[in-house]
Ligand binder design. Structure first.
Ligand code: UDX
Length: 440
């Protein structure tokens, strides 16, 4: 089949490459000529394990191209995916839909044949119906333009795996205007459906809500364990053992019960806020009041970490040398959007600490966002003369650190484990002060 994908960020670039991997002819579209040039040359403009290989393989096979031209895109295919970003509005909780609107407003006037536009971006419930109406007014093909919604659940760091082997697929269709979206997507995703991956067809609103509800649930699960972690700290209990014990209950499950610095990134924080904003517009704001608490527990983790750092530095961060290991919002990513690690590093600097940050992949993005922090070239470089070492992103390289690796480098043997990824006993036995979040 032939399809286009609008937007070539984490979501769009991965979707385009993976659809080509399934054997389809794909044209990726982006308004940024720099991104298009990079992708066309087989380079991924961000860090995503395994994506470069899929990209190159399919470019070489002639199945995957990129362009900035909407005219070319409209001529290329009659199935168009929409994968542009929906960030948080400046100064408001709601989602900023300007990129989504801009794709529809530019593409629709070029649609002179029947076409299906399939949204993958995370949008407030009601957006798909509105975009459908908007597209049909603007398109010469008029009522022959269908808008469907196929939310994307991929995790950064596992984007290729999640796209080619999702745990489920959801397709929202316009129940008032039966079209060909379902038939076309069943054909497009045939190799996945052959693996018995559940494929749920719903109305548009349900599909939009599935995505935000899933992210709200994950955020709630993380904030739940972080709230329990606060109680653990107050009593001297150990939240990691507690989470293990909870996790054996199959109804609860151990995943997303890692207490620590909390969630960040380009999705969870802004999605729960946009969800609250939309519920408010719909007159259902009471229903999601608890998400405010989820958000607040999460943000409190960051200030708690700064307090803990001050505590282990003798009561004040003023003049303290602090090594921060990790800047990305999670391991296997170079994404620093709303990164708890980078936030904490910035806050400690405001409190007078000399902060030295190291991350295996996210240094360039961090420098752009926080140019005034010191960036180190290795773990040892960051930890030189440190009064405290803080692990704020659980990269495997940091989780594998042994006390002897750093003993001769630091000024004081103090380890603060913001992700509860180190063996507390091992560090204490080696004579270090070890502090974790929620670990007594
Ligand atoms: C998330 C959803 O998982 C994905 O389905 C959706 O499509 C996009 O948003 P992502 O943003 O890539 O994906 O990150 P995720 O792996 O969910 O982690 C989010 C944050 O939660 C990270 O900052 C991570 O460190 C944190 N986290 C995760 C915890 O603090 N504890 C956990 O137990 C799990």
């Amino acid at each position: 089949m032939r399809c286009t994908v609008f937007g070539t960020g984490y979501l769009g670039a991965t979707h385009a490459a993976c659809m080509a991997e399934l054997g389809h002819d794909v044209l990726g579209v982006d308004i940024d000529p720099g991104k298009v040039a990079k992708l066309s040359a087989g380079e991924v403009p961000f860090y995503e394990p395994g994506l470069a290989e899929v990209l190159r393989r399919n470019i070489e096979a002639g199945r995957l191209q990129f362009t900035t031209s909407y005219v070319e895109a409209a001529a290329f295919a009659d199935l168009h995916f929409l994968g542009v970003g929906t960030p948080q509005k400046k100064g408001e909780y709601g989602a900023d839909l300007r990129h989504v609107h801009s794709v529809i407003d530019t593409l629709a006037p070029l649609l002179d044949r029947p076409a299906v536009i399939v949204g993958k971006s995370t949008v407030p419930v009601g957006t798909a119906a509105e975009l459908g109406a908007r597209a049909r007014v603007l398109a010469p093909a008029g009522d022959a333009v269908e808008v469907a919604w196929n939310p994307e659940f991929l995790r950064e760091g596992f984007a290729v795996e999640d796209t080619l082997h999702p745990d489920r697929m959801v397709l929202g269709v316009d129940r008032d205007r039966p079209g060909s979206a379902e038939t076309q997507l069943r054909q497009l995703y045939a190799p996945l459906l052959a693996e018995d991956i559940p494929f749920l067809v719903t109305d548009l609103a349900t599909a939009e809500l599935v995505k935000v509800s899933a992210n709200a649930f994950l955020a709630t699960k993380i904030s739940f364990i972080n709230a329990i972690s606060e109680v653990c700290e107050a009593t001297g209990a150990d939240v990691t053992q507690l989470a293990d014990a909870l996790g054996y209950d199959a109804r609860i499950g151990r995943r997303f019960l890692n207490a620590g610095l909390g969630f960040g990134g380009g999705c969870l924080p802004k999605d729960i806020r946009a969800f609250m904003a939309r519920a408010g517009e719909l007159g259902a704001n009471q229903a999601l009041h608890f998400l405010r608490e989820v958000d607040s527990i999460n943000m409190r983790r960051r200030t708690r970490m700064v307090e803990l750092a001050a505590q282990v530095c003798g009561g004040s961060l003023l003049g303290a040398n602090v090594a921060v290991l990790g800047a990305a919002f999670k391991p296997e990513s170079d994404d620093v959007r709303d990164s708890p690690a980078l936030n904490v590093a910035g806050m400690m600097q405001l409190h007078g600490a000399v902060v030295s940050v190291y991350d295996p992949k996210a240094l360039d993005n961090s420098r752009r966002l926080f140019p005034t922090l010191n960036y180190a070239t290795s773990v040892a470089d960051a930890c030189e003369n440190a009064d405290a070492v803080l692990v704020l992103t659980e990269w495997a390289e940091f989780a594998a650190l042994k006390p002897d690796d750093l003993a001769g480098v630091v000024r004081a043997r103090v380890m603060v484990d913001g992700r509860n990824c180190l063996d507390a006993q091992q560090w204490r036995n080696a004579g270090w002060v070890y502090r974790g979040l929620g670990r007594g």
